[in-house]
Ligand binder design. Structure first.
Ligand SMILES: NC(=O)c1ccc[n+]([C@@H]2O[C@H](COP(=O)([O-])OP(=O)(O)OC[C@H]3O[C@@H](n4cnc5c(N)ncnc54)[C@H](OP(=O)(O)O)[C@@H]3O)[C@@H](O)[C@H]2O)c1
Length: 311
């Protein structure tokens, strides 16, 4: 069994990973670092966990000494470098933050689009949750885009993490939808970089806990029929265990707890020069923990979907 250490294990993403590792045949949780929950049993503090490990408050030096095969950094932005610096090149390090998404020396792992170069990677940057939804929706029409597509994103408030802000405050969000960072959100830059095309992204947060709805509205350089549009998606994703396609608009409430993403509600304007596509996913699963597990499986030469609930 490969030993996995999680830093930032108390957070929403860390907790998902703790649960996900329980069902894995080749990976085993070696430690879970948290300052706030140090000394508490995982099985008491993390719903769904049966682990008898305790959370530990580990310093950078402790982490270097613990010598895990895999280290997961599930920390807020800006903290990964000091942890990465104490780990040997042979350790598989996966960073859930945005810290290495713009660094060509790290592998950017969105498996459905990048898995060809995933095997053997030791420094992996996991994509953003919204950025995953946008890329899955845009990839099949990338060559046909006329200008920057408009990407309207709506997320549950777990996307903002556990640190209290107005974007995860239940009274601010009650019966409400709040737009934020409507120009220059970091996921806008991330997707533009990955696609080598500009995109426009307007995120919104609302009162449900988890789930993302992404509506992509794109102008096209030459007309497409609805059939031609749908065929592009079928060609891109048929056989993908974690991508489902529906004719209807996918519902964000059915994305909750689902390991994969759903694309659907395809529409084309009368002149065929504009199309709309929707993507739903669970920000904590395909938007974070499930994708991290796919990346780690691939990096370690395992079945990509080991430990992931399919269907
Ligand atoms: N939430 C999502 O939907 C989502 C999706 C994709 C990617 N991500 C990314 O994944 C990362 C984790 O997200 P999250 O939602 O799980 O965040 P979170 O719930 O806010 O958890 C952050 C974790 O980091 C630890 N932490 C905070 N400040 C720290 C510090 N200065 N030093 C050491 N540990 C510190 C916290 O534990 P202690 O304070 O107890 O140490 C906690 O375990 C973020 O970079 C986020 O952008 C999140």
């Amino acid at each position: 069994m490969k030993q996995v250490g999680i830093i930032g294990a108390r957070g929403f993403v860390g907790a998902e990973l703790i649960r996900a590792l329980q069902g894995h045949s080749e990976f085993e949780l070696g430690y879970a670092s948290s300052r706030a929950l140090a000394g508490q049993l995982l099985r008491r503090a993390v719903p769904g966990s049966s682990s008898s490990l305790q959370f530990e408050r580990l310093t950078h030096e402790d982490i270097a000494e613990r010598d895990a095969d895999i280290v997961v950094l599930a920390l807020p932005n800006g903290l990964a470098a000091d942890y990465e610096a104490v780990l040997p090149d042979s350790t598989v390090v996966i960073d859930l933050s945005a810290d290495y998404r713009f660094d060509d020396t790290w592998y950017y792992g969105l498996p459905e689009l990048t898995r060809a170069s995933a095997a053997g990677q030791r420094r992996i940057s996991n994509p953003g949750c919204y950025a995953t939804a946008m890329q899955l929706a845009l990839h099949p029409i990338k060559d046909a885009l006329d200008g920057a597509p408009a990407c309207f994103g709506l997320s549950g408030y777990s996307g903002a993490g556990t640190k209290k802000t107005r974007y995860n405050n239940s009274s601010t969000l009650d019966k409400n939808v709040i737009p934020y960072k409507t120009i220059g959100h970091i996921h806008e830059r991330e997707v533009s970089r990955q696609l080598s095309k500009p995109i426009h992204f307007t995120p919104h947060v609302t009162s449900f806990f988890r789930g993302i709805l992404m509506t992509v509205n794109a102008r096209l350089t030459s007309p497409l029929t609805l059939d031609e549009l749908q065929t592009r998606y079928t060609d891109a994703y048929s056989g993908e265990a974690l991508i489902e396609m529906t004719e209807d608009v996918p519902m964000v409430n059915t994305a909750v707890g689902n390991s994969g993403a759903t694309l659907g509600g395809f529409a084309v304007s009368d002149d065929g020069l504009r199309c709309v596509v929707h993507c739903t996913l669970d920000n904590l699963l395909k938007g974070a923990a499930t994708q991290a597990l796919q990346n780690l499986n691939l990096a370690c030469g395992l079945n990509e979907h080991e430990g992931i609930r399919l269907g």
